[in-house]
Write a protein that binds this ligand. Structure first.
Ligand SMILES: [Zn+2]
Length: 461
């Protein structure tokens, strides 16, 4: 069933029509918010708008249409649960979208756009879009005010879809908005493209570089983020995690941008260090091997010591270290209350793992030294202890730290704190989890920019 209301068909007499009491006197006090077809009416196809506003006027205002565009009709399709808003235009001269020169309409093409729902009804804008034949630019389709070029959604619908996709997975957005995966992905890809195109080169004083696996296999991306007091935004995503992956980032910066970089936090990963030294003026004093990455190495070393000791003890029937993996990874102050008793006991035993744990904990305090000089002295003592520990994994990390000490001590100059780097890492991990791992690199890249790029994603108003 399709019921149609046009400007011509609504007459004053329709609006003044009253409920026929003789058919259903009990229902007389009810007032409807939307037009209803009344049964047994003496004008069976008449519409009654009890609020007094004609639908096409309402939509004209909602869509913000101005001359020459106007709503011609509003059609309710209850079966399809759809409202179709037909937009027409007055006779006028149209501007070529390239040169704005005004000319006569040459042709038109009927197109449809999904708009924000009206209550629970999908709302579709239908219009013939004029095209002009510009002597300079050839045949050109004119721009419509409610949507961007080449899209099947109105600007407002795209805004809503972007907001929903920022909050939930693409599959979730599809089910909330009643759209296909390809449609949602199209909106997302356009949003990223739009956001990246709007970016203007700016000085980025503090950066952090990191590698990120895609959650499947050994495919990596190189990520560069800018850290400011307010937020951490991803500025660059490169393929792989080799020197060339990072070279491309530095090479795209202007001389002014390069000069403006004050500090770069990164792991002790040689290809990144080499790339930065080769491109960034004064890099030797700007590279910071931050606590986030170093403490990760220490935790891995403690875990290795625990694993081999656990194997050895188990062979003798001793289960002391069973299910203690996580306990050793907590910082001393973060051990949950329910494990405190058990941990206090096992920590006091004369175990290799307890020694490795103590070395790790003392290393954590290194970051609280008041400056580079005291930190260097602190490191010297810690290093001597670690190297005498007879624990191979701990010695290995200690040697690695010593080799990079000058760029560890830069931490005390730049104070690139852990929070933003760890936060970014967790957010990317969250994206991987939400997507159940990425098979497609391009999709992983665009999701990183969509969620973490700090981009202006929305269509222009
Ligand atoms: Zn033109």
């Amino acid at each position: 069933m399709e019921t149609r209301m046009t400007q011509a068909r609504v007459r004053r007499s329709d609006l003044e029509w009253r409920w026929p009491h003789r058919f259903a006197p009990d229902l007389a006090p009810l007032r409807c918010a939307r037009p209803v077809v009344l049964p047994c009416c003496r004008k069976p196809d008449a519409w009654l708008n009890l609020q007094g506003m004609k639908d096409f006027e309402l939509y004209q205002q909602i869509l913000g249409l101005v001359e020459p565009w106007r709503v011609e009709s509003v059609t309710l399709k209850p079966q399809e649960r759809e409202i179709e808003v037909r937009v027409g235009f007055a006779d006028t001269l149209w501007g070529c979208p390239q040169c704005q020169q005004r000319m006569q309409i040459h042709d038109y093409e009927e197109r449809r756009w999904r708009h924000l729902d009206s209550c629970q009804f999908k709302t579709i804008i239908v219009s013939r879009v004029p095209s002009v034949r510009c002597p300079e630019h050839g045949s050109q389709t004119v721009a419509v005010p409610w949507a961007e070029k080449y899209t099947r959604f109105s600007r407002l619908f795209e805004r809503l879809a972007i907001d929903v996709m920022l909050e939930c997975s693409i599959t979730g957005a599809c089910s909330i908005l009643g759209m296909s995966w390809d449609e949602a992905d199209g909106i997302k890809q356009r949003a990223v493209k739009r956001g990246l195109a709007r970016k203007v080169p700016a000085v980025m004083a503090r950066l952090c570089v990191d590698e990120k696996g895609m959650g499947r296999g050994q495919d990596y991306l190189t990520i560069v983020a800018q850290v400011t007091e307010q937020q951490t935004t991803v500025e660059y995503v490169g393929e792989e995690r080799n020197q060339a992956s990072l070279d491309a980032f530095w090479e795209a910066l202007t001389a002014e941008q390069l000069a403006g970089v004050e500090a770069v936090a990164m792991d002790m990963w040689e290809p990144y260090v080499r790339s930065t030294l080769a491109h960034l003026p004064g890099a030797a004093s700007k590279i910071v091997h931050d606590p986030f990455h170093l403490v990760k190495y220490m935790n891995e070393a403690v875990n290795e010591v625990r694993k081999s000791e656990h194997r050895r003890l188990q062979a003798q029937g001793d289960d002391t270290l069973k299910s203690t993996r996580q306990l050793w990874l907590y910082g001393m102050e973060n051990v949950p209350a329910k494990h405190a008793q058990r941990f206090a006991e096992v920590k006091e035993l004369n175990l290799q793992t307890s020694r490795a744990w103590a070395i790790k904990e003392v290393f954590r305090s290194f970051w609280f030294c008041p400056g580079a000089k005291p930190a260097e002295r602190y490191f010297g003592k810690w290093y001597a202890w670690a190297i005498r520990s007879r624990l191979a994994p701990i010695k290995k990390v200690a040697r690695m730290c010593k080799a990079h000490l000058s760029n560890i001590l830069t931490f005390f100059v730049h104070h690139l704190t852990n929070g933003p780097i760890e936060g970014l890492n967790n957010k990317i991990q969250g994206l991987i989890k939400k997507a159940f791992g990425y098979r497609n690199k391009e999709r992983f890249k665009s999701d990183i920019f969509f969620h973490l790029g700090g981009l202006d994603l929305y269509p222009a108003q």
